[in-house]
Design a protein around this ligand. Structure first.
Ligand code: ATP
Length: 339
């Protein structure tokens, strides 16, 4: 929800344009509330937030992967076509050729009893109408493209390391030449060295193939290194958005500040010795606090924050934030310590 339109991507350039997206699970949990996002070809958008803030729900909604009974409203325009109103046949095609998703935990996403080459080839046969032999050849090429020998096509998932499996997941996501990749915590289970390699691989592919990227993580430092822009989510809403380095280094929302402080950059030894955590947890989306949903955890909350909701407003060049302290002349900047 916003009182100003997103400024980062001109409407004509938007590969993905999400407008006022709201997702409510059958349990009554309002996991995503009025989210506006846009991504252009070649652009990398990071979506940050603690566990439970609605990041995965957002990712699943983009490809209509949410459980039956979930209420989804708003618009998800992919190349101008609304994913939410598409017929199922079209959704299935779009899931591979329009946008594809890389999940965390590749071992669980791959089928343990099939060779990885066959798993990559399957959607190529189904959606690109390739012959089985042609699809297998393409699968080997894709493996090489993500830095694995083509001969690994004959391996089973358990024969690969965690990093190799995540490369396979990326090859699979690229199988039908999508325009947009959604990567949900793609490196969470990997050690720091392998994590860096996978992130560089994703960056390289996005640049080479002019893809749009949405990368989801709780780690603002990782996102700010990889992405052009950042959207910080709290309790189902985007509460801060802007150029990645700016948001990471000079967050304006107290939650953005707290998240940056909690995830110091690798190599920033001074702050790594004393990372500042944010006390408390995000609220239950089925029982949200009144007013600004962050107010119970916010060190700079005013009395009015308990009753007055906040929407995104202009917070500098190509920046928006949803805080009473932002863009209000005469009011103090949120304290550097955040919450
Ligand atoms: N299938 C579901 N039914 C009901 N509630 C759900 C369902 N899936 C998620 N939720 C709730 O929606 C909220 C947002 O969850 P979501 O997984 O989107 O957050 P997240 O930011 O991606 O967290 P994580 O990083 O832990 O996945 C949470 O409170 C979660 O408990």
């Amino acid at each position: 929800m916003t009182d100003v339109p997103p400024t980062a991507v001109p409407p004509t350039d938007r590969l993905l344009d999400v407008r006022n997206l709201t997702v409510t699970y059958a349990t009554g949990a309002a996991a995503v509330r009025g989210v506006d996002l846009s991504v252009a070809a070649g652009q990398k958008l990071g979506v940050a937030g603690e566990s439970g803030c609605g990041k995965s729900t957002l990712a699943l909604a983009l490809l209509r992967l949410l459980p039956a009974g979930t209420k989804v409203t708003g618009e998800i325009l992919l190349d101008g076509e609304d994913v939410l109103t598409m017929k199922w046949g079209r959704v299935r095609a779009v899931r591979w050729a329009g946008a594809s998703i890389v999940f965390q935990g590749a071992m669980h996403s791959l089928n343990a009893v099939h060779r990885i080459g066959d798993q990559i080839a399957e959607p190529i046969v189904l959606h690109k109408k390739a012959t089985p032999a042609g699809a297998k050849k393409r699968a080997r090429e894709l493996l090489e493209h993500v830095g694995l020998p083509g001969a690994r096509a004959d391996a089973y998932p358990h024969e690969l390391s965690g990093g190799q499996r995540q490369r396979v997941m990326i090859a699979m996501a690229l199988a039908c030449d999508p325009r947009l990749i959604v990567a949900d915590e793609p490196t969470t289970a990997l050690d720091v060295m392998i994590q860096a390699q996978i992130l560089r691989l994703i960056e390289q592919l996005v640049t080479d193939q002019d893809l749009g990227l949405i990368m989801i993580s709780h780690d603002l430092a990782v996102l700010s290194d990889t992405c052009d822009r950042l959207a910080v989510m709290y309790a189902g809403r985007v509460v801060e958005e802007g150029p990645a380095q700016e948001v990471y280094e000079r967050a304006q929302h107290p939650y953005g500040k707290a998240l940056s402080a909690a995830f110091p950059r690798v190599g920033d030894l001074s702050s790594r010795f004393a990372p500042r955590g944010l006390p408390g947890d995000p609220p239950d989306p089925a029982a949200l606090p009144s007013g600004c949903t962050f107010h119970p955890r916010c060190a700079v909350a005013l009395d009015t924050c308990a009753t007055e909701d906040q929407v995104l407003r202009v917070a500098g060049a190509e920046r928006r934030a949803a805080c009473v302290h932002v863009g209000a002349p005469g009011r103090p900047e949120p304290a550097a310590e955040g919450a």
